[in-house]
Design a protein around this ligand. Sequence first.
Ligand code: NDP
Length: 317
Amino acid sequence: MLMNTPEHVHCLIIGSGPAGYTAAIYAARADLKPLMYTGMEQGGQLMQTTEVENYPGYPNGIKGPEMMHDFLEQAKRFGTDVRFGMATKVDFTGPVHKVWIDDNIEIHADTVIIATGASAKWLGLDSENKYKSIGGVSACAVCDGFFYRGKDVAIVGAGDTACEEATYLAKLCKKVYMIVRRGEMRASKAMQHRVLNTPNIEVIWNAETKEILGDENGVTGAIIHIDKTGEDRKLDVYGFFVAIGHKPNTDIFKGWLDMDETGYIIAVPGTSKTKIEGVFAVGDAQDKIYRQAVTAAGSGCMGALDAERYLAAKGIH
Ligand code: NDP
């Protein structure tokens, strides 16, 4: 093989969260000899979580990074070629799909499974970053709300997600402070009504988070600034949730695949198929509703099965 001949694979998986690894396990066991490029954060969003208690099969819970290590080992066990690198450009003119890694490695693939995930948006405070790893700061109420049962928590955001998560937290927690940066919410009226009619949610309008407080065990409070009065207020909270939106990691596919206005890839309903034959989208890159590790894993499985069937129909072995 000439040095500059692009490597050709049957199945290229881009991304290494639950969706990517599950696609890899299925594709490898189907003998597709998948090649996976992990992206910058091998393991994806779960690398930033502490305890995961809602993934079936771990009765005592598991740390997010440990779980992703298990996923990696399982994908490798069946022969997935896992490499570190970031997909930076694609050409889906076809029939063979071209993907560039780190701008210089060119891969040719009969099938591509996009599992690039989404990234939660954060406020950008140093203290937020600190307690993300110690514990107490989370971007997923469904994942982490349980840890704050009977306690007071705060949530930032005013979209549908923030409203949904605030009402979810209100069922578990004693009190939920909802920190809204303007004098109104972006969320649908129905969702706002639910929030405003839940007695243990206090909406704090025109407020900005200045600092998240805590100690070696995690969050113990937050300082917020009320724009209208110019005052600071201290909230005694043990969980601090950020629900200010997600960004799907799909920029390199713009112009090639159908997407909604935020950049989530639109797949054919009930499948992982995109409008390009042989290109499949799985996990959070195409799901803004459920966004759970277990739903991402299920969707990764669909991607591998769709890829396998596509290759079989084309007679590619
Ligand atoms: P959105 O982008 O709709 O809302 C983000 C919210 O976060 C906005 O209220 C915004 O404030 C606020 N925000 C952004 N940055 C900051 C910041 N730095 N500090 C404080 N607040 C900030 O994101 P969502 O995740 O809520 O929703 C994404 C999409 O998913 C939407 O289309 C939504 O309708 C949909 N969705 C639907 C659901 C359903 O139908 N059940 C459930 C969940 C989501 P501001 O308004 O001032 O810009």
